[in-house]
Design a protein around this ligand. Structure first.
Ligand code: NAD
Length: 372
């Protein structure tokens, strides 16, 4: 097939959907690849490296006009008209954005949104949510450390002893677990909370303390199990008990990392404005859920702000801050997904009965096909 790798045009998007490593594999697999000039610059993959891997360099229109287009973010309104009806587009296409899906369907594209892949063992190597959330969790802690005007580890010096920083991680999916591991590596004392009972063991295995919010009814216990490994909105009574506990822990904390999400819903509020007001001056909160409304009402999307003496970090594309590695992992996710829609001769052969393919297929033949 003829594969196109355009430069990402969304503000602040530094990642690229293919690296010289994956391009080499595509070219070896009977495909031709056109990479838009400069597509990998922001991720430090230079044009010459793509050429050496066997790609040709071209314009945005040439890359977008390919039979199969690999993207990081969904095509914009300016990009869609440059794409061919019947072309395949693979990327993080926002499967919950009904309007965006309708536009891609209207452009006649066959779209695969990799965020919609099921969380099953076989899908792990193409799981873009995991590959990117893992880096976001890591970077969140480094950003917090940077903005925190003190040290993280306990340090015994001739001039006296400095206490270790206390970190609280709320939401312990992929990002939260990596945040715990990173904070531990830096020497913080870490506590963490999640609604899913299965999280406790994972948190404790990383050496952090689990903040236990007991279930008081069978309904609470049942909802907390989630669906397919994902959380569901908890009843207000449980949320209130969690808020009280979280508030106590946050008042003691130096660093708070929030990552709690519920698929297809606004992020739950976990750290209230009152809690922020009661936090220690100089403490730092990183809200990884800010793009979905935030776990803290005071964090601001795309900004680092200070309120009540607390630095609130609401930057939205943390994987984009480590774009070289984020792109390398993302590009391998796409390479792996391609095996499900391309046959051994390098021709399009979409395995529609495959549950991963079926879940990711969001539009085809002019229609939105996403099952919600
Ligand atoms: P996510 O990004 O959807 O959410 C982050 C975390 O927030 C989750 O752990 C969720 O339980 C938690 N959360 C939601 N509401 C909360 C609340 N009120 N208080 C505290 N925490 C709250 O999660 P994710 O990283 O995408 O992981 C979701 C699930 O998928 C996990 O069970 C994870 O282990 C699983 N997973 C499976 C695979 C696989 O098998 N292929 C891959 C990755 C993740």
């Amino acid at each position: 097939m003829h594969i196109g790798i355009p430069r990402e045009t969304r503000d602040g998007e530094t990642r690229v959907a293919a690296t010289p490593e994956t391009v080499k594999k595509y070219v070896g697999g009977k495909h031709t690849v056109v990479v838009e000039r400069g597509a990998g610059n922001a991720a430090r993959y230079l044009d010459e490296a793509y050429e050496a891997a066997g790609a040709t360099l071209g314009s945005a229109q040439e890359a977008l006009g390919a039979e199969l287009v690999m993207k990081v973010r969904a095509p914009s309104a300016a990009e869609l008209p440059q794409m061919k009806a019947g072309a395949v587009v693979i990327g993080m296409l926002d499967p919950f954005d009904a309007e965006g899906l309708a536009q891609m369907a209207g452009a006649g594209l066959t779209g695969f949104a990799l965020e919609a892949a099921p969380r099953i063992t076989r899908a792990q190597s193409l799981d873009v949510l995991s590959s990117q959330a893992n880096l976001a969790g890591y970077k969140a802690v480094l950003l917090a450390a940077h903005h925190y005007g003190r040290l993280i580890p306990m340090m015994m010096t001739a001039a006296g002893t400095l206490k270790a920083a206390r970190a609280v991680v709320l939401g312990t999916g992929v990002a939260g677990l990596q945040a715990i591991a990173t904070a531990k590596r830096l020497g913080a004392v870490v506590e963490a909370s999640d609604v899913r009972p299965a999280a406790r063991e994972q948190v404790e295995s990383l050496g952090a303390k689990f903040i236990d919010v007991p279930f008081e009814t069978d309904e609470e216990r049942e909802i907390a199990q989630g669906v397919g490994g994902y959380a569901r909105p908890m009843p207000p009574a449980w949320m209130a008990r969690q808020a009280a506990l979280v508030s106590e822990r946050c008042k003691q904390a130096d660093i708070v990392i929030t990552t709690a999400l519920i698929p297809g819903r606004p992020a739950p509020t976990l750290v209230s404005a009152e809690t922020v007001a009661a936090m220690k001056p100089g403490s730092v909160l990183v809200d990884l859920a800010v793009e979905r409304g935030g776990n803290c009402p005071l964090s601001e999307k795309g900004k680092v702000v200070e309120k009540h003496g607390v630095t609130l970090i609401g930057l939205t594309n943390l994987p984009g801050l480590v774009a070289t590695d984020a792109s390398a992992l993302y590009a391998r996710n796409i390479l792996d997904f391609l095996k499900l829609i391309i046959n051994a001769d390098g021709a399009l052969a979409i395995q529609r009965d495959d549950e991963i393919v079926a879940a990711c297929l969001v539009c085809e033949g002019g229609n939105v096909t996403r099952r919600s």
